[in-house]
Design a protein around this ligand. Structure first.
Ligand SMILES: Nc1ncnc2c1ncn2[C@@H]1O[C@H](COP(=O)(O)OP(=O)(O)OP(=O)(O)O)[C@@H](O)[C@H]1O
Length: 253
């Protein structure tokens, strides 16, 4: 079942300097099925963050549309966008985006508090989730008292607490040491095996290798994709080959 459809996206940024224009995305189309784990790779400036921001409904395209579970973002009223995002999407960022003045428990519960959820529901959702993520002993600590890996697990718990259709992750391993990165990738793979749909922007081949499908962006266009033909297939070599072809093309152009 398709949950996300991205149709003919174009994004033009107008810069103030002499009215110059930057075409950050041109004619991007793809769809995401329920239960997929997709990585987006591309060189710096290729348009990954622009694409993620549009899929997150944080920015709007110049042309084209995005539909989540059949609902077009263009049909959502401005004052309903933040609750739509909260209910349907989970976010994991490179720098965790936790609130320093809230403890770990309150950071995780924040999306439910903003949705006026009852304490009973909060409790029912929180404990199984933090036990699963191995952070149940950190509930009273503050973000500055826990490790980077624990902060990212907290961010993952916060992203999952609303049971979103889709997790959008922007360089989730970017600020982690190699051990914590591996742990996070294992966690993402496990969540995906249980049915969670994930889209992740990454520069890391190791991270992209955990996805079932990798989309490669160059100059705002999807230039190719690779995918696993069986769940245990190692696609690292395929990813390296595409990255190397992109870099050779850049050097010879
Ligand atoms: N607000 C903006 N105004 C003007 N140009 C922008 C703006 N944001 C991004 N761009 C330009 O759009 C293009 C794509 O940028 P984007 O940030 O999406 O790339 P990226 O692949 O995420 O890069 P990185 O990996 O370095 O984060 C770049 O040329 C960038 O300079």
């Amino acid at each position: 079942m398709t949950i996300l459809e991205v149709k003919s996206l174009k994004k033009i940024y107008k810069t103030r300097f002499r009215g110059n224009q930057v075409e950050a995305l041109s004619n991007i189309s793809f769809s995401v099925d329920q239960g997929e784990f997709i990585a987006i790779m591309g060189e710096s400036g290729s348009g990954k963050t622009t694409l993620l921001n549009i899929m997150a409904s944080l920015d709007s395209p110049s042309e084209g549309s995005v539909l989540l579970n059949g609902k077009s973002y263009a049909d959502i009223r401005e004052d309903e966008l933040s609750s739509f995002r909260r209910d349907n999407l989970g976010f994991v960022f490179q720098d965790f985006n936790l609130l320093d003045n809230l403890n770990i428990k309150d950071n995780i519960l924040l999306p439910l508090v903003l949705s006026n959820c009852s304490r009973k529901v909060m409790k029912e959702r929180l404990f199984p989730l933090v036990r699963k993520l191995g952070i149940e002993n950190l509930m009273r600590k503050f973000p500055y008292e826990v490790s980077g890996g624990q902060k990212q697990r907290t961010a993952v718990a916060r992203s999952l607490i609303t049971s979103p259709s889709l997790i959008l992750a922007d360089e989730p391993t970017g600020a982690l040491d190699s051990h914590s990165s591996e742990e996070l990738l294992k966690l993402f793979s496990e969540l995906n095996r249980e049915g969670q749909t994930i889209m992740m922007v990454t520069h890391s081949v190791q991270a992209a290798g955990c996805a079932n499908r990798v989309l490669f962006i160059k100059d705002g266009k999807i230039i190719c994709e690779v995918s696993k033909h069986s769940p245990n297939e190692d696609i690292t070599q395929k990813i390296f080959s595409v990255l190397s072809a992109i870099s050779t093309a850049r050097e010879t152009s």
